[in-house]
Write a protein that binds this ligand. Structure first.
Ligand code: UT7
Length: 311
């Protein structure tokens, strides 16, 4: 038995903000955003919807799709850098909202790599039979820390949540290998000051291209697989040019890379699970497919894993 995904859920805010909408409020253009990032539109949550509300909607759906109830969950991990409050954690708010038992609950701060950190942490507890079912949520309301006067960051981000319940799956399925890492010396390139996201785009770009490619190759090797075995690559949806670089490094064809950046922008911790769920719901990813997921983010952090889809 190994650890894999039993069910997933998501929350996508209704309000769509297109590149053309942004052209009206800042010095940018649809053409620049599309060609430099691949983003066409993003979703922005309304004022009444905070991070825990989005997490709750996604989590409820994931638990239901796993065929479970909140009482079956043994641990809650929420990957986010936009919690409702510095504390209590979103995970604690979520535990209460779900009506789960008094199980452990904590947030993970690893920015866009957060969901990878969450999956790998869940795996440790499941593999050791410490916990049976772990709820992992990737959720961000980045719009509340976005500086709408800074075109270098404002055009990139979106709000969303995606959740997965992890538990035992049959042999050969689930998480086959993983890699996590961090390099705090790069913390100056991507961070939040008193209020807003600050970024040195070029430095983050260079790091991402190198790290995503390397980590993706490492996890494939660690699983004893070859690049040809990969059915789908799900890179963190930050910039189409970074995503393409990791695809080329893995030498896999265009149609094998899952791409949702055009409709959601960069949703940080929720980007990878959201892309995965989209591909599962559309019927693209099916039982037995071998998936490579790879993310990078503020910290700087990174995380990658190989997952054989199915229970
Ligand atoms: O989840 C992790 C989060 N971070 C990332 O993934 C960011 C990684 N970095 C990137 O994706 C890219 O560096 C950006 C998309 C942020 C920027 O693309 P770039 O090709 O590195 O552009 P640049 O920063 O080198 O800027 C090129 C030009 C500059 O103008 P000048 O100096 O050449 O006249 C910028 O001022 O583009 C200008 N620019 C814009 N123009 C129109 C920057 N942002 C915009 C904008 N609209 N929104």
């Amino acid at each position: 038995m190994s650890a894999g995904i039993l069910g997933m859920g998501k929350f996508i805010p209704e309000h769509v903000v297109t590149n053309t909408d942004l052209e009206k409020v800042m010095d940018t253009s649809d053409e620049w955003i599309r060609t430099r990032t691949g983003i066409e539109e993003r979703r922005i949550a309304d004022d009444d919807t905070d991070t825990s509300d989005m997490a709750f909607a996604a989590a409820e759906q994931a638990i239901q799709n796993a065929g479970l109830t909140p009482a079956d969950i043994d641990l809650i991990l929420v990957a986010t850098v936009t919690p409702d409050h510095p504390f209590p954690s979103v995970a604690c708010l979520l535990q209460d909202r779900l009506g789960a038992r008094t199980i452990p609950a904590m947030d993970i701060s690893a920015a866009c790599s957060g969901f990878m950190y969450g999956m790998v942490t869940a795996k440790q507890f499941i593999d050791t039979d410490t916990f049976r079912h772990v709820l992992v949520v990737g959720v961000e309301k980045l719009s509340k820390i976005t500086d709408w006067e800074d075109r270098g960051t404002a055009v990139l981000f979106g709000d969303a949540a995606a959740a997965a319940v992890l538990g035992h799956v049959s042999d050969g399925k689930g998480i086959l290998s993983f890699e996590l890492g961090a390099d705090g010396s790069g913390s100056k390139y991507l961070y939040q000051d008193d209020k807003f996201i600050k970024m040195n785009g070029r430095e983050v770009f260079k790091f991402a291209v190198r790290q995503m490619g390397e980590s993706a190759v490492h996890v494939v090797e660690k699983a004893g697989l070859k690049k040809e075995d990969i059915d789908y690559l799900i890179p963190h949806q930050a910039n189409i040019r970074i995503m393409e670089a990791s695809r080329e490094r893995l030498e896999i064809p265009e149609e094998k890379m899952i791409k949702t950046i055009q409709k959601y922008g960069n949703t940080s911790a929720s980007s990878i699970p959201l892309a995965l769920l989209d591909a599962v719901e559309s019927g693209q990813i099916t039982d037995g497919d071998l998936i490579v997921m790879v993310g990078f983010g503020g910290g700087l952090t990174w995380g990658a894993l190989t997952l054989r889809w199915g229970k």
